[in-house]
Design a protein around this ligand. Structure first.
Ligand code: ZN
Length: 238
């Protein structure tokens, strides 16, 4: 248990289902990493095409606006890259196609740590049953880390045809509070995190972004005596 000790990390990848998931889950940590000069890449699995309650918008318009919002959030945070895998929103499955697509990105960007969503349906609380894309993305990301990215004979065309060498990810951090054992103090970066979340203006109002993002992190901060904290389940892979 405890705070940081992540100075040995120089490259990170955050894999999420939707544009805005990473901002809700780990924008403070990402802002901190970017401020420390680490190389951070986002991989957004879906195209965001269902993310509106406005039935007059076409899926293409929704895809374009959500992509722009995510790219703006990436600029606020200082990301090295944002990759859009483009799987249809709301239909994401943890299958071999998704696992291979994430494996490709791991081998291209070669992160020390991969941050992902909870790979199982969240049964905590009583007001939210979680989105199926979320745990599909988490499961596929963890399957890509181990063993697909590491093993040359898995998805062999990645090596043979695309020249992507195997890569061993050293740590996996699962976002959220289900089994938290790692706490990152994001107090100095909280305003950057809020600004990044506010970039998703089709999804959240500026006031709600500020209120919710700070409220959750303040609650977790109380656990270790810091003002704002983000929590993870951390795996150190041998
Ligand atoms: Zn989402």
């Amino acid at each position: 248990m405890g705070e940081n000790n992540d100075m040995e990390i120089s490259r990170a990848m955050v894999v999420v289902a939707h544009a805005d998931d990473a901002e809700w889950g780990c924008a403070g940590t990402v802002a901190r990493w970017c401020a420390e000069g680490k190389h951070v890449v986002y991989v957004i699995c879906t195209d965001g095409s269902k993310g509106t309650s406005d039935a007059s918008m076409s899926p293409e318009e929704v895809i374009a606006s959500r992509r722009e919002e995510q790219e703006e959030a990436g600029r606020v945070l200082g990301l090295a890259d944002v990759v859009f895998l483009g799987f249809p929103d709301a239909y994401l499955q943890s299958n071999l196609e998704l696992r291979k697509a994430i494996t490709r990105q791991i081998r291209i960007h070669r992160p020390d740590v991969l941050v992902c969503m909870n790979p199982v349906r969240n049964l905590d609380g009583d007001g939210y049953i979680d989105h199926p894309d979320h745990f599909a993305s988490g499961d596929a990301a963890m399957g890509a880390v181990y063993p697909s990215a590491r093993d040359p004979l898995t998805f062999p065309d990645l090596l043979v045809e695309e020249g992507l060498e195997p890569h061993k990810v050293r740590e996996v951090w699962v976002m959220g509070r289900t089994h938290p054992d790692h706490f990152v103090d994001v107090t100095e970066h909280i305003e950057t995190a809020v600004e990044a979340l506010r970039a998703h203006r089709s999804q959240v109002s500026p006031e709600a972004a500020d209120r919710h993002l700070k409220e959750w992190r303040r609650r977790d901060g109380a656990r270790i005596g810091a003002e704002y904290v983000e929590v993870f389940k951390r795996f150190r892979l041998g």
